[in-house]
Design a protein around this ligand. Structure first.
Ligand SMILES: Nc1ncnc2c1ncn2[C@@H]1O[C@H](COP(=O)(O)OP(=O)(O)OP(=O)(O)O)[C@@H](O)[C@H]1O
Ligand SMILES: [Mg+2]
Length: 246
């Protein structure tokens, strides 16, 4: 099983959207896929997948969680363990009560889920370098990462921090997804050959990303959370092949 972490420095840049759509793309390319939602306080994967029944069950004999099966993929999320109207009573490492620590839950997800026979586990992380992320890196030991950012100079600082953390953990970055990087608009000039023009947005001229893959800002993505990522998934699959070879 190849464990692929999807991370970002800043929040709201599109990690969950990219996790879920990459998962569908991998599935459509013939892979058996699992998704683990490491965002314990904002577990949005279930919502982005349109799952409404919360049906994680327990394999009592093995003492393991059995993931939800959805659209041919396996999913584990805090939202599939605790009903949506219940508060998530989580503590940091310094817990002195009956509430769970974030680290303990990530460890459960890493060690007690019966994934069965899957090829790729896509890990949706919360933003930054918080407990869930560092625990996720330690317990899951991802084999590769996709870093998501938007082309704002303010997001860049946080992007650099995450890149440094991944280097420290020796986790290869298979792609930087620069999300909401441009929009396509109909050409206003009668002389243009192409009907649509690509307009870059937010870009600060000094910003340089390594190994970048740009995605447009699109109304359909915002409203449906869906975007066809087969091209990106194919690029990542060849990156995975390289990593596995080494
Ligand atoms: N390329 C895009 N075009 C338009 N809307 C987008 C695009 N990418 C993401 N969005 C929208 O932006 C919002 C934030 O996306 P998402 O929840 O995937 O970000 P996130 O990085 O997972 O956030 P968080 O840090 O809170 O986990 C969502 O409503 C999503 O539909
Ligand atoms: Mg998210």
């Amino acid at each position: 099983m190849f464990k692929l972490a999807v991370l970002s420095g800043k929040g709201g840049v599109g990690k969950t959207t990219i996790t879920v759509n990459l998962a569908y793309a991998f599935r459509d390319l013939g892979k058996k896929v699992g998704i683990v939602d490491l965002d314990l306080t904002g577990p949005n994967v279930v919502r982005a997948l349109n799952i409404d029944s919360l049906t994680v069950s327990i394999d009592a004999a093995e003492v393991k969680y059995i993931p939800i099966e959805h659209d041919g993929m396996k999913v584990i999320s805090m939202a599939s363990v605790i009903p949506e109207d219940q508060p998530l009573l989580l503590k940091g490492a310094d817990s002195d009560s009956l509430t769970y620590t974030r680290e303990a839950i990530i460890r459960e997800f890493a060690t007690r889920v019966n994934w069965g026979n899957i090829d790729i586990l896509v890990m949706d992380c919360p933003p930054g370098t918080v407990d869930e992320v560092t625990s996720g890196l330690r317990y899951f030991k991802p084999d590769g990462a996709v870093v998501v950012t938007t082309p704002h100079s303010m997001a860049y600082v946080d992007y650099v921090r995450v890149v440094k953390m991944l280097k420290d953990y020796d986790i290869p970055i298979l792609k930087t997804v620069v999300n909401m990087a441009y929009f396509d608009a109909e050409c206003p000039h009668l002389t243009c050959k192409e009907k649509y023009h690509r307009y870059k947005i937010f870009y600060d001229k000094d910003i340089k990303y390594e190994n970048a893959y740009e995605l447009p800002i699109k109304q359909e993505i915002a409203s449906t959370h869906r975007v066809d990522l087969k091209e990106l998934a194919t690029i990542i699959l060849s990156g995975i092949k390289e990593v596995v070879k080494q």
